[in-house]
Design a protein around this ligand. Structure first.
Ligand code: C5P
Length: 400
């Protein structure tokens, strides 16, 4: 565990307006018993001074590769060996590109090549630079050789755009690294459901809902970071996930239930994030329903199976976390679902607030158990997912 040993963390800062956030990041690690040393690229010094980082870290900042004085103090190879963890935050498009090429003509590049430490990258750049094919290919390559990307997140950028490219908040970077290091749910098997279900009326029409699947995917990624084996059963969404997650794509509630049921016997935790359609057409029409002169069309609906509730009743030895979206009396409705469905946790969000919930990248939730209530303030879904997985791991510890 991290508490036992003071870990050496090398924080590398590159040229981005987000460089000012590195101060908070360094502070978070130092406060939590890490020894932090800082490497700054030339471009980063246009945004923040080495003196600031020296004052925060308590060590002289490392800036140059070919500086005899600096090399005498702690050269690139020594720094590479010293580091238990390397975090590049913010990491510019230029640095990502240089890393992908294996360049070693500056201090950062040389250290990355020379170090066997685990490396985390928090990108920060304009949204078009991030989505650019070349950047994405570089990211894919660096991920394939073990570099761990955190973010970027969606939000307002310095250039005025509002999309993916913003550096993740320091607390999210910190919590992600701690969870990845500690792996509190190693050896556990977690099933996550995500997205909407799609209930076919006829070959071209269906009943569904607005769920984007983002919260479920964030839960699956956080569960993976916690060391668990993860099965993600998802309805139709346009999201991708880590290749280390076993992803099962389904359409209907019945298919979702079947997949969950067949993986359940050796699972430890079930997380129900899916917005399962409550009803399905009682009869599926094989042919497309034809328009007629009548003003009304009656489609008879039949209740879908409640997946989480049936599994919770059957597998009483496992832990169940459900999610609910409410528009009023959030606590009352959430608690009643907790009891009615036989869950251990229910995560409730108020979808009457327009800046959080369904398609947003942010959420604000309250978690209820039979004897507790915890509020998690507005944060990115990825940070909330980490906080919720931490809650599950505390619960797991208390069970043993
Ligand atoms: O829709 P509702 O508020 O009842 O959803 C609460 C929880 O129950 C969620 O975790 C959802 O995934 C789960 N659920 C389910 N099967 C259903 C309806 C909801 O597993 N048919």
């Amino acid at each position: 565990m991290l508490d036992d040993k003071k870990l050496n963390l090398l924080l590398c800062i590159t040229g981005s307006i987000a460089a000012y956030k590195s101060v908070d990041l360094a502070r978070l690690f130092i406060k939590n018993n890490f020894d932090v040393r800082v490497v700054m690229t030339e471009a980063s010094k246009e945004f923040i001074t080495p003196l600031t980082l020296q004052a925060i870290s308590g060590h002289q900042v490392h800036e140059n590769l070919l500086d005899t004085e600096a090399e005498r103090a702690m050269g690139h190879i020594e720094l590479a060996k010293w580091a238990d963890l390397i975090v590049i935050a913010p990491c510019s498009a230029e640095t990502i590109s240089r890393l992908a090429q294996g360049r070693a003509d500056d201090l950062l590049g040389a250290i990355i090549l020379a170090s066997e430490a685990q490396k985390f990258i928090a990108p920060a750049m304009n949204m078009n630079m991030w989505s650019n094919q070349t950047t994405q290919q570089n990211v894919e390559y660096l991920s394939s050789i073990g570099m761990d990307f955190i973010g970027p997140s969606k939000g307002e950028q310095a250039c005025g755009d509002n999309c993916y490219g913003r550096m993740s908040e320091p607390v999210e970077i910190y919590e992600t690294i701690i969870l990845t290091q500690n792996k509190p749910l190693a050896g556990k098997k977690i099933i996550v459901t995500a997205g909407p279900t799609r209930e076919q009326i006829d070959p071209v029409r269906f009943i569904s809902n607005n769920s984007s699947g983002k919260m479920g995917f964030a839960m699956a990624e956080a569960a993976l970071r916690s060391g668990a084996e993860v099965i993600l059963i998802t309805g139709p969404v346009s999201l991708s996930c880590s290749p280390k997650i076993k992803r099962l794509d389904v359409q209907t509630a019945d298919e979702m239930y079947r997949e969950a049921q067949s993986s359940m016997s050796d699972a430890d935790i079930f997380i129900g994030c899916a917005a399962v359609a409550d009803f399905k057409p009682a009869h599926e029409n094989i042919q497309k329903i034809k328009k007629t002169d009548k003003d009304r069309l009656n489609i008879q609906l039949q209740k879908n199976i409640d997946i989480i509730s049936s599994l919770a009743r059957e597998y009483t030895d496992k832990r169940f976390m459900g999610f609910c979206a409410e528009t009023e009396s959030v606590e009352e409705h959430a608690k009643s679902k907790l009891i009615k469905k036989g869950l251990d946790f229910i995560v409730a969000n108020d979808v009457s607030k327009s800046d959080i919930g369904f398609d947003s990248d942010y959420n604000e939730v309250s978690v209820f158990t039979d004897n507790s209530h915890q509020f998690f303030q507005k944060a990115s879904k990825s940070l909330l997912a980490i906080q919720l997985v931490n809650l599950l791991s505390q619960d797991n510890q208390s069970l043993h």
